[in-house]
Every structure is written in structure tokens, then in C-alpha cells.
Design a protein around this ligand. Structure first.
Ligand code: FAD
Length: 494
């Protein structure tokens, strides 16, 4: 019998309920009645992509079961409780212009936005020197390195934007220069084009901030494709829309924390959603599919797999997937990222005229944001730990990471940063059902050889997730778009 369960605030929302009201879910997670369900569509994964797909399929009158490995929804979007009763976001957090689908979804669920704190000066920390700089001048948010570096960086940025304009977002591997761009790493290209050291520094920081990967890990084609997706059908993607706060992808945050969006969406699905049910196998049987998860088996006409590509590769498929699809998922690893949030009684840096945003050439945290709540009732500094820096700390004790992060915060914001009232760390590389983040990345040769397998259904198995989106791939918006697209695809096929 279905078990009515009020998920604890901590489990579902990570404490967001304190500010936004508890969400009650009816779930059959772990109960015998979950076994033997027979539905039109089984959805694997209750991140934004899977939940959006399920919503649209249910709205079209289809029967659906959503199987989620974790004991919470949201996947790469999670609210974490702070010691003071507030919440902070451990994963996806910001949205910005042209991210129309996540905004529409949040609006429909009554989740409001507020501007990311962006008043006052940014900080550049480079060569052991701190420079505070305004972002409303000619340079915008570009850190004020030497003039030669700024000029070089501007040319590189314009080139990347021009290259992005040549990418068909539905099939980057068909771009006229796809082969040329996919046989070199972003590092190789930067060395030839960002020839002034300070320009290379700016592009390196942009790269790790956007991808949580080093330039040597990425195909140039993948980088320009990613830039191309940072827009919508009427606004071509640009590098600056990825990197900037005002008018960029970091412009807005969600009141109550981003996980409210998937949590409220999940609440509309009732007992169609089964938590703590990692899917282990998908087997075709008599023209239908048997989806086997821990404690649960679902039989369905169609299956939507809405998990990151490397996680999709861990499911056993019978019959085997085509080689191209499997080899694609062998070659799209997750990047490496963590977030460290230090909480203070007040956002003390604001009194010093700082907005909490840092770009640095050193430390374990080289970019930070002011993650305080809208009423600034306390202060929160959020730092990204990215790529090589994250990998070096995957196995470190939490105390060691905390010490390294606070050392950086003191360097940037002074002694007051040394003693937070609480400290929250989220290391995505260590999360069983994500194993990195924010997104899967592609090295040279992957998109041109295997790209078409990204979205191509295999029989009745359809692929979703932010990595499959033609706009805002890697972002919450891309996840929502992919869920909407896969639902249309499945409905057309049923
Ligand atoms: C540190 C970090 C910062 C980020 N910052 C931003 C940001 O500021 N703005 C932004 O827009 N985006 C950001 N992102 C990216 C954003 O969070 C993701 O693009 C988006 O949430 C992906 O949603 P999804 O549904 O495609 O995948 P996921 O959220 O990964 O959902 C997949 C779901 O599938 C589940 N799953 C995995 N394997 C199985 C299995 N075998 N069986 C059943 N379930 C399974 C997982 O538990 C998960 O719930 C960030 C991500 C990270 C990690």
C-alpha cells in the first residue's frame, strides 16, 4: 500500500521549507507496491529534466513512473541547510537572460527570483596584489589587467563569439569547421591566440568558471558549441552571457533556494515518483521495456533516461545499445566541481564597498559570489572549487578543505572572513549519482565522431538531461528544455 510520507525538510529541500513552506510528497519509495507498475512511460532520474518530461507527459494524459536514485529530487540542484536556519545552494543556483524555460517553470510554480548581489566593486587578486574595480565602466565586468592583455582578451572573445555564430546548435558536428575545431584542445587554441599572459589568465579563469575544467581537457569545438548554446532562438549565444552577472547567467537567484523548483514540480507528480530507486537495468521484452530499480520494477512502452551521460552508461541495457551510443557515453566525463559556503553574522564585505565577487590567479577558490539571502539577515560567501583544484581535494578531510578555503577568503576579504558561524561544503565528484559537475565535457574527437548519438533514441529509449539541450546546455534551463523536447518526442512516438 502506498505510504503517505512527509519528507523531512532536510531530505527534500535541505531546509528550504523553513522559508518556503514544506512540500508533502506521496511516495512509495521502498515499498512492495511500487513493484510491478505498468505505465506508458518510465522516466529515469528526477532532476529538472526528468521531472519536466514527466509533467508534460502527465499533462498529455499519459501514465508515468519516475524512478530517482537519491532520497531527494533535484539532482544537481540541491538546497543545503545552514546552521542558522537558512539555506544555501550546493549546485545549480543562478539564472539569467534568455534562460526562458527555467524562468517560466519557476514562475508557474510560484518560485520568485531576486537579483544576485552585485552592488559595489569586484576584486581581482593577481600576482599577490588586490585590485577593486567597478563593473559599470567601459570594460564591464572584465578584470582590469594590463592594457595589452585587455586588448588581446577582447580580440579572443570576439573570435570565440564569431566562431559560436557558425555553430548549428542542433548539430555542432556539422559546422563547416567542425573537423578543424574538434582536432585541437581549447588550450592549444588559446596558446596560439591569447598570446599576452594576462589575456591567457583571463581566458583560463573564464574556462574553469564556466566548465569547471581546464582548457587542456576540452575540445575547441565543444567550447564554441557551448558558447553557441548560451542564448535562445532569437539571441545567439555569447561568451559574456556565460561569464557575467548583470545581463549574464549569474544575474538572478531563487527566493528560498533553487531546489524549490524541482521540489514543487515533484509535488505535482504525487506517487508517480519513486525515490531511493536507482535504476540498474533496462531490458526490452515483447516490444515493451522492463526497468529494474532497487526495490521497484516498472514496465513501460517508452523509457526516458534523464541522467548525465556517464551515469546513463552505468545502467545495463538489454539488448546492448549501439556501439556509437555507448562509446559516446564512455567519452563524456563529468567536470570536477565543489562549492564552499561560509556564513557570517553580516555580509561585512558590503561595508567595504565590495560585492563579494572575486577573480583570482591563486588559491583553491578562484571565484566567489555573495550568497547572502535577499534580506541580508546574514552574510554568505560562496566559492567555487574547480577542475584541478577540486580533484586535489576530493579525498581531503572537510577540515582541511575548510582551512584552505577560509585562507583564500581572508586573503580576499580580510581577517573577518576567518571565523564564519557555519561552513557548508558540497563536493560533486564524490556524489554517487552525479560524480562531478556542473556538466559532462568533451575532449577532441568526441563530438565529430559520436555527436549524433547524443539525442538519437534507441528503439523506445529516449535521452534527456541538460547535456542534450540545444540551448543552455549544462544549465538548469537546458535541463528543462531537454525535458520539454523529450516529452514531445515520446508523445509523437506513442
Ligand atoms: C556546483 C554546480 C553549480 C551549478 N551552477 C549552476 C547555475 O548557477 N545555474 C545553472 O543554470 N546551472 C548550474 N549548474 C548546472 C545545473 O545544476 C544542471 O545543468 C541541471 O541541474 C541538470 O539537470 P538534469 O535534470 O539534466 O540532471 P541532474 O540534475 O543530474 O538529474 C539527474 C537525476 O538522475 C538521478 N540518477 C542518476 N543515476 C540514476 C539511476 N541509475 N537511476 C535513477 N536515477 C538516477 C540523479 O540522482 C539525479 O537526480 C550547476 C551544477 C553544479 C554541480
Amino acid at each position: 500500500m502506498a505510504r503517505e510520507r512527509q519528507l523531512s525538510r532536510r531530505t527534500l529541500l535541505g531546509g528550504a521549507a523553513a522559508t518556503a513552506g514544506a512540500v508533502t510528497l506521496t511516495t512509495t519509495a521502498g515499498t512492495a507496491s511500487a513493484a510491478g507498475r505498468d505505465v506508458d512511460v518510465a522516466v529515469v532520474g528526477a532532476g529538472l529534466a526528468g521531472l519536466t518530461a514527466a509533467r508534460d507527459l502527465v499533462a498529455a494524459g499519459r501514465t508515468v513512473a519516475v524512478l530517482e536514485a537519491r532520497d531527494r529530487v533535484g539532482g544537481r540542484v540541491v538546497n543545503l541547510p545552514l546552521g542558522n536556519g537558512g539555506v544555501t545552494e550546493g549546485g545549480g543556483e543562478f539564472i539569467g537572460p534568455t534562460q526562458d524555460r527555467i524562468k517560466a517553470l519557476a514562475d508557474s510554480l510560484g518560485v520568485a527570483t531576486f537579483p544576485t548581489y552585485n552592488t559595489g566593486k569586484n576584486l581581482l587578486y593577481k600576482d599577490g596584489k588586490k585590485t577593486a574595480y567597478a563593473t559599470d565602466g567601459l570594460l564591464g565586468a572584465v578584470p582590469p589587467v594590463d592594457v595589452a592583455g585587455l586588448a588581446n582578451a577582447a580580440i579572443v572573445q570576439a573570435s570565440l563569439n564569431d566562431m559560436a555564430k557558425q555553430i548549428p546548435v542542433e548539430a555542432p558536428w556539422t559546422a563547416a569547421k567542425a573537423a578543424e575545431w574538434d582536432r585541437q584542445t581549447f588550450e592549444t587554441w588559446l596558446r596560439a591566440n591569447a598570446v599576452v599572459p594576462s589575456a591567457k589568465f583571463l581566458l583560463d579563469v573564464a574556462c574553469t568558471s564556466i566548465f569547471s575544467a581546464e582548457p587542456r581537457e576540452l575540445s575547441l569545438l565543444f567550447v564554441v558549441s557551448y558558447i553557441a548554446t548560451a542564448g535562445n532562438a532569437s539571441n545567439p549565444g555569447t561568451l559574456e552571457r556565460l561569464t557575467e552577472t548583470a545581463n549574464g547567467a549569474q544575474e538572478l537567484r531563487f527566493v528560498g533556494g533553487s531546489q524549490l523548483v524541482p521540489a514543487r514540480l515533484a509535488a505535482t507528480l504525487g506517487d508517480r515518483l519513486v525515490l531511493s530507486a536507482p535504476v540498474r537495468s533496462i531490458a526490452r521484452s515483447g516490444g515493451r521495456y522492463v526497468v529494474t530499480a532497487d526495490g521497484t520494477t516498472v514496465t513501460a512502452d517508452r523509457v526516458v533516461v534523464a541522467v548525465p551521460p556517464p551515469l546513463a552508461a552505468r545502467i545495463a541495457y538489454d539488448p546492448l545499445l549501439p556501439a556509437g551510443r555507448d562509446q559516446l557515453t564512455q567519452r563524456l566525463p563529468m567536470a570536477s566541481v565543489g562549492k564552499a559556503i561560509a556564513v557570517y553574522d553580516t555580509p561585512f564585505w558590503r561595508a567595504d564597498g565590495l560585492n563579494g565577487q572575486v577573480v583570482s590567479d591563486t588559491g583553491v577558490v578562484s571565484s566567489t559570489f555573495d550568497n547572502s539571502p535577499p534580506d541580508a539577515s546574514y552574510g554568505a560567501l560562496m566559492g567555487f572549487i574547480e577542475a584541478d583544484e577540486m580533484r586535489a581535494l576530493d579525498s581531503a578531510s572537510e577540515a582541511a578543505v575548510r582551512a584552505a578555503v577560509l585562507k583564500d577568503y581572508v586573503t580576499y576579504f580580510g581577517e573577518k572572513a576567518a571565523s564564519p558561524s557555519s561552513f557548508v561544503l558540497q563536493r560533486w565528484n564524490n556524489e554517487a549519482y552525479t560524480r562531478g559537475g556542473p556538466v559532462s565535457i568533451a575532449a577532441p574527437g568526441v563530438l565529430t565522431q559520436y555527436g549524433p548519438a547524443l539525442r538519437e533514441p534507441v528503439g523506445g529509449i529516449h535521452w534527456a538531461g541538460t547535456e542534450t539541450s540545444t540551448y543552455w546546455m549544462g544549465f538548469m534551463d537546458g535541463a528543462v528544455r531537454s525535458g520539454e523536447r523529450v516529452a514531445r518526442e515520446v508523445l509523437a512516438a506513442l
